[in-house]
Design a protein around this ligand. Sequence first.
Ligand code: TTP
Ligand code: MG
Length: 366
Amino acid sequence: MQARIIMLVDLDYFFAQIEEKRNPALKDKPVVVCVYSGRTKDSGAVSTANYVARKYGVKSGIPISLAKTKLKDVDAVFLPVDKEYYSKVSEKIMNILRGYADIFEQVSVDEAYLDVSQKTRGSYLDASELAARIKDDVFNQQKLTCSIGVGPNKLVAKIAADYQKPDGLTVVKPEYVLRFLSPLPVRRLVGVGRKTEQRLETLGVKTIAQLARFDIQKLVDVFGRNLAAYFHNASLGIDEDPVEERGEPESLSKISTLKEDTNDITKILPVAYHLCEEVHKKLTQRQLVCRSVSIYVVASDLGMHSRSKTFENPTSDLQLFKDTVKELFEKFLAETDLQARRVGVKVSNLDKKEAMQKQLTSFFGG
Ligand code: TTP
Ligand code: MG
């Protein structure tokens, strides 16, 4: 199999850069884009800030009042977020980027992974030229700068994109991955937040090189097997996660391991209800409705069993999910004498919520 070449494209100070482009008078001034909560004049948080404002310590997530204090002696501009407009710009940019990829995966409003392995025939020289062309194209069409990281996988591409910002292009060939990662702080790895960073620091691990050398068994003791394996591989620049187009999902599910194997419904239901809530949250976040609900049981013999129910009409009603899941578990437990080890909840036959509303309005002639 041919080695992969992956790019991560991340727009620079995205919301603030769009505002600068929309109003050239803002250029060179500190620009702070804010989510006002409306409680008092300045309550709310900073969404993002341009690089001029960042020099004063203003960044995403800090209170607006704090940003104002930091910028009190300068001619700074505070603007409310205009999500609708940014989404339109984002869509145009994503369409440009999609055209350059063999496989395209948008990860946020201003970030996307491009698998360009085929297109570049595995050549890093071609990939660097392609990345430079993408930057030009985005700039020519939208007058916005972005930073691109190129590497053998998503993990390296992401860190490379953050390495030189704004308007950066960082290419890390496979043979340079370890040298590139080694001196960087562990915080650069996706999944290492402030808490994990602190826990690693108490173990004497600050850099990615130190993480790579750290005893894996000790990592397992502290973080559990999955996370330890992830950290260990990540520190060596190993990441197999494929770039995948994110269409509408076919189904959404959550599964959980029970404290002990059981066929006692009173022990299963609290877990199942919690899974319903999680699945419901995912469904509503994506503004979807579903027509089917299923339960999954991994039994103590490790066999997988499922039961489903399909409704007349699409729904996202949490109480209905819970009632249905209860009914399905009662039925399942009455039909078998298996002990459940893991239980899962899935919704499928998904559709956009608007689609349901449209159907209803046309049905009622509205
Ligand atoms: P980021 O790409 O994280 O940040 P950015 O584009 O502003 O800056 P950078 O040059 O470092 O890439 O996020 C993209 C947009 O998402 C950002 O412009 C505003 C929004 N955002 C928030 O609203 N809140 C947040 O906490 C973060 C991190 C981003
Ligand atoms: Mg960005």
